[in-house]
Every structure is written in C-alpha cells, then in structure tokens.
Design a protein around this ligand. Structure first.
Ligand code: HEM
Ligand SMILES: *[C@@H]1O[C@H](CO)[C@@H](O)[C@H](O)[C@H]1NC(C)=O
Ligand SMILES: *[C@@H]1O[C@H](CO)[C@@H](O)[C@H](O)[C@H]1NC(C)=O
Ligand SMILES: *[C@@H]1O[C@H](CO)[C@@H](O)[C@H](O)[C@H]1NC(C)=O
Ligand SMILES: *[C@@H]1O[C@H](CO)[C@@H](O)[C@H](O)[C@H]1NC(C)=O
Ligand SMILES: *[C@@H]1O[C@H](CO)[C@@H](O)[C@H](O)[C@H]1NC(C)=O
Ligand SMILES: *[C@@H]1O[C@H](CO)[C@@H](O)[C@H](O)[C@H]1NC(C)=O
Length: 498
C-alpha cells in the first residue's frame, strides 16, 4: 500500500472514531430541532459576519424553536432563550464552566474570573467577592461624583464652544476608565504616562479581534491567525494593555497605600478594601500567584469600564429618542437632589430614584449590554424526561433575543417602554426573563458596582443637560461584539439646562 493509501485509511479511521465519540451529540440532534449547518464548519459560515449573529440566531429561534441545536465548527451548540431552561442552567453547578469559545477571551485578557474553569474559579470568586460588597462600594460614591463632575465640565465647555468634536461615546469611555482605575486599582489615570485615548483604542481593538476569534474556530490555529493582517496590531494592543495594568500593580506594590486626597476631607474613601490591595494581599499570602493578580486586574478593569460606559451611552440614547421619559426622569432626579446642578449625589439619594431604576433596567432589557453568554456541561445532564444533555455540550444563552421576546414581554417587547418594570407588569414575568448581569453563582461580580456608578453618572448628566436626537429607536441595528455594539451610532444633541 502506498503512503497515500495509509494516510487516507488513517484519516477515515480517525473520522469514524470522532463520529463514534460524538454519537451522543448526533442523537441529541434527533430530539432537539435546529439547522444542522455544514458538518465541521457548522453555522460558522453564517456567523462570519459578526454584525449578523444576533439577527441570525433570533431568526432561527422564530423558525425552529426557542431552544435549538446547531454546530459552530466541530462543536455542537445548544442555544437557549426560554427563561425556564435558562434558570435551570444558570442555577445549576453542572454548568459552571464557560464554553470553550471563551478560550479566545482567556487568550486576549488573561485567564481570570471571566473565563477560568473550576476549581480555580471557586477559589478566585470567593477571594475577590469581598471587594465588591456593599460597604466597599459605598466608599466609591465620592469618586463617581468627582469624575462625573469633570465630565460635565468638559462637555459644558465643548457645548458652549460649539465644538464639533463632541462625541459622548468616547468621553463616556474615558469617564468609565477613570472610574475603574481609581476604584479598583487606586490610581488616577492622569498620573499615568500612556495617553488614555491610545489605551482606549487598544481595549477596543482587542475586544474586536477577540470576538472575531470567538466565532471563527479556525483562528484557534495559531498558524492561520498569525497570517491575518491584524495579528501584529492585536499583539501590540494586548501588550499595551498589559503594561498599563503591570504599571498600576507595580506602583501599588512598591509604594503601598497612597490614599487619595479628595476635595472634601470628610469623604476620603478607605482604600484598604479595594480590589488591588486585596489581590496583593492574596499574592503575599500565597492564594494568588503574581500572574493571577495581573490577570484578574486586567479582567476587572476590562469588565468594569466597557460595559458600564456602553450602558450609560445606551440609556442616554434611549432618553434622547423618548423626550417624555427623559422629562419624567429629570423631574424625579431634581425632586430628590434639588435644583442645584452641582450638588453632591449620595448613596441614599440614588436609592430613592425609583423611575431611574426602571429606565436603566428597560435599557438593559431591550439592549442587553452582554447579549450572549455560553457554558459547557460537566456531566450528562437530564433536562426533561426525554432529553439528556451530553457531557461537554456547548450551551449558549441568548439573553438579547430572550429579553425582546414578544411571547414574554408583549406588544412593546421591541420598544423602549420603562413601564415594563412597574411592579404590576413584572408580576407575571419569570425571574430569569430579565438577566442583564446573568444570574446564579456565576453572575456578574460587579453588578451592584455598575448600578451605583450608572445612577450617579446619569443623575448628574440629566441635571445638567437636555439630550435630543433625530435618530429613531427603530433604526438602531445591533451587533455582537462580546458586548453589544451598534452598526451606526446616532448623533446626540446636547443643550445645557439652566
Ligand atoms: C452594565 C454593566 C455590566 C453588565 C451588563 C455586565 C454583565 C455581565 C454578564 C452578563 C456576566 C456573565 C458573563 C458570562 O456568564 O459569560 C458578567 C460577568 C462578569 N462581570 Fe460584569 N457586567 C457589567 C459590569 C461589570 C463591572 C462594573 C465589573 C467589575 C467591577 C464586572 C466584572 C465582571 C466579572 C469579573 C465577571 C465574571 C464573573 C465570574 O465568572 O465569576 N462587570 N458581567
Ligand atoms: C435555584 O436554586 C435554589 C436552591 O437550590 C432554589 O431555591 C431556587 O428555587 C432555584 N431557582 C430557580 C429559578 O430554579
Ligand atoms: C472653550 O473655550 C474656552 C474659552 O473660549 C477655552 O478656554 C476652552 O479651552 C475651550 N474648550 C474646549 C474644550 O475647546
Ligand atoms: C471636547 O473637545 C476636545 C477638543 O476639541 C476633545 O478632545 C474632547 O474629546 C471633547 N470632549 C467631549 C466631552 O466631547
Ligand atoms: C432592576 O434590575 C435589578 C437587577 O438587575 C433589580 O435588582 C431591580 O430590582 C430592578 N428594578 C426594577 C424596578 O425592576
Ligand atoms: C471544569 O473543567 C475542569 C477542567 O478544565 C474540570 O476539572 C472540572 O471538573 C469542570 N467543572 C465543572 C463544574 O464543569
Ligand atoms: C463616536 O466615536 C465612536 C468611536 O470612535 C464612533 O464609532 C462613533 O460613530 C462616533 N459617534 C458619532 C455620533 O460620531
């Protein structure tokens, strides 16, 4: 026999073995409906255009069923958008590990909390949890106030100067990165040499390429990825982020506590409990390696600034498109804070803003900031009398389409309609029908942090500005970028309130 015959024989045998080892997945396709896609490539050819992923998946849910099975490359994927099954998954210890597509995230940001597997995850989550408890978060309120004041000042100046450079998206990201650097790393951005704009650019680029890698299994092969024309820029951007984080850690480690001096001496936050202090202690006590400190710091800063900045931007967009709701929220904020535009906003005051809570939740419902998440099964898991999910199945949760499902949310499902969050309207909703921060043990560690920071920022912006746009809500087109992005960003017009 020739070498070629051996080779083909070998490949054939390997193929049969692969099919056999995956028989449980194929059997599952008989029980759960879904488009099979091309073998080995699966649905990936349809998902190659990142901007279409959410629409493609939403379409399949409508045509086939709200839970469907498909393939992304060689991986069988169960896509779930029914609250009942979502609850079953997120509330279970059988689905704690992330899907293997998160390898792209681990490779991009470091293998921290967001992507790591058990048992490492259990140890890290337990170790980091205390830095996000209520007591620590309340200490951040003065920082959030100070940073948003600077933001308001800059926007006010640009508006008065009729500046053409006014772009809220970019300024909100700067604000959010400043907040993240101060509250988690204890460092003011202005004290750093790297320019913030360069860093933001790097963050955005890494995020974009990570998403590309996540949905294109062939990029997992280094020799293919290295030939892409963005490989070098990706490596350079990652390196820039890393050295930024490394510098923050090094400063902290060498200089120790450098309690910031705030304008109001009564409001000096205790720095002892912030993330970086805690992480360094964990390294000194042997719980974390120094690599762990760096990875977790990277993930926390990444996690904290992107999502929060986007969300504030989306809320402002929704309010600009719906002046009646903006007016109502403005009235609530000024009735709680008083007419003074530069008032300090306290933790107690934001608790009293009930309508604000509804507006924030409604934005995160109709524009889920993290549209898709994915896990994998630890063992064979029986989900109904009839269906058992085999070990190693990839399970994606389609938060985006579930939160806009007419069968759950009714006729206004795809509109911005804050009354969805009136108590009476929530009464018949499944507890997992609204999960912008995910839910269960592996939910977002920073969800309270995010809400406090968003509320203070939003209150301050509304007290100072009136925002409008000619762009219609129905014209928005959404795209998956790990976080939610828009194909086209509406131009917002800003008027100073007096
Ligand atoms: C509006 C803002 C935010 C949204 C919508 C959001 C959403 C989410 C979601 C959906 C997850 C689950 C991901 C998954 O299962 O794959 C998650 C996880 C996570 N988030 Fe957030 N997040 C926000 C803000 C933050 C902030 C401010 C921080 C940090 C201060 C943060 C840090 C993290 C971390 C570390 C994880 C991984 C947790 C784990 O696996 O144990 N997030 N977030
Ligand atoms: C989640 O699990 C807890 C404890 O096992 C249980 O009390 C709760 O009802 C479950 N929730 C859902 C929605 O399944
Ligand atoms: C706006 O104009 C003032 C005075 O004319 C100037 O001092 C300030 O730097 C300008 N601000 C911006 C952001 O261009
Ligand atoms: C204000 O204008 C300056 C200079 O034109 C620009 O760099 C900055 O990003 C603008 N700020 C905002 C909030 O738009
Ligand atoms: C808004 O969502 C948060 C969780 O994301 C929840 O704690 C809060 O009660 C919700 N508010 C309303 C008014 O439903
Ligand atoms: C997660 O994956 C690791 C291997 O990466 C495995 O040892 C562990 O048992 C898995 N745990 C769960 C809950 O799936
Ligand atoms: C603002 O800047 C972002 C990022 O550079 C860009 O994607 C967006 O289109 C800009 N928005 C407007 C309204 O020009």
């Amino acid at each position: 026999m020739s070498v070629v015959q051996y080779l083909f024989g070998g490949i054939f045998l390997a193929f049969v073995l692969i099919l056999w080892s995956r028989r449980k997945f194929y059997l599952l396709t008989l029980k759960i409906p879904g488009p099979l896609g091309l073998p080995l490539i699966g649905m990936a050819h349809k998902l190659r255009k990142r901007e279409d992923i959410l629409q493609v998946i939403g379409g399949i849910e409508k045509t086939y069923s709200k839970t469907f099975l498909s393939w992304l490359g060689p991986f069988p994927f169960l896509v779930v958008s029914e609250p009942n099954l979502v609850g079953r998954i997120l509330n279970s210890t059988d689905f704690l590990n992330k899907s293997l597509i998160y390898n792209a995230v681990a490779e991009g940001t470091g293998d921290g909390l967001f992507s790591c597997d058990t048992p490492k995850w259990n140890i890290h989550r337990k170790a980091i949890n205390p830095t996000f408890n209520q007591k620590v978060l309340v200490n951040f309120v003065p920082i959030f106030n100070e940073e948003v004041n600077l933001f308001v000042e800059e926007v006010t100046q640009n508006v008065s100067n009729h500046s053409k450079d006014l772009n809220l998206s970019i300024s909100l990201q700067k604000l959010s990165l400043n907040n993240a650097a101060r509250t988690t790393m204890g460092k003011q951005m202005s004290s750093l040499t790297q320019t913030e704009s360069d860093l933001l650019h790097c963050f955005q680029f890494v995020l974009k390429i990570m998403t590309k890698k996540l949905f294109s299994p062939w990029y997992q092969f280094k020799f293919i990825f290295q030939r892409t024309n963005y490989f070098q820029k990706y490596e350079d951007s990652k390196m820039a982020m890393r050295s930024f984080i490394r510098k923050l850690i090094k400063d902290k480690h060498e200089k120790g506590l450098d309690t910031e001096i705030l304008e109001d001496p009564d409001k000096i936050p205790s720095n002892k409990n912030i993330f970086i202090e805690h992480a360094i202690n964990l390294a000194n006590s042997g719980t974390f390696s120094w690599q762990d400190v760096e990875d977790e710091a990277n993930v926390i800063v990444f996690g904290a600034f992107e999502t929060t900045a986007n969300t504030v931007g989306y809320i402002l967009m929704c309010l600009a498109m719906h002046p009646q709701y903006q007016q109502r929220l403005f009235e609530e904020v000024s009735s709680v804070i008083g007419p003074q535009r530069d008032s300090y906003i306290s933790y107690e005051q934001i608790q009293d803003m009930v309508y604000m809570d509804m507006v924030i939740n409604e934005t995160m419902r109709v524009m889920a900031p993290v549209p898709l998440i994915a896990r994998t099964t630890k063992c064979d898991v029986k989900i109904t009398d009839d269906i058992t999910l085999p070990k190693g199945l990839q399970v994606a949760i389609d938060i985006f389409n579930m939160q806009r499902d007419e069968d759950i949310w009714g006729e206004h499902a795809r509109c911005f309609y804050p009354d969805h969050f009136l108590k009476d309207n929530l009464a018949d909703k499944h507890p997992y029908a609204f999960i912008p921060f995910s839910k269960g043990m592996r939910n977002c560690i920073g969800w309270r942090y995010a809400l406090i920071s968003i509320k203070i920022t939003l209150a301050k912006i509304l007290l100072n500005f009136k925002i409008s746009t000619s762009f219609l809500f129905e014209e928005l087109e959404f795209q998956e970028d790990i976080t939610l992005k828009l194909k086209k960003y509406p131009k917002l017009d800003i008027e100073i309130r007096n």
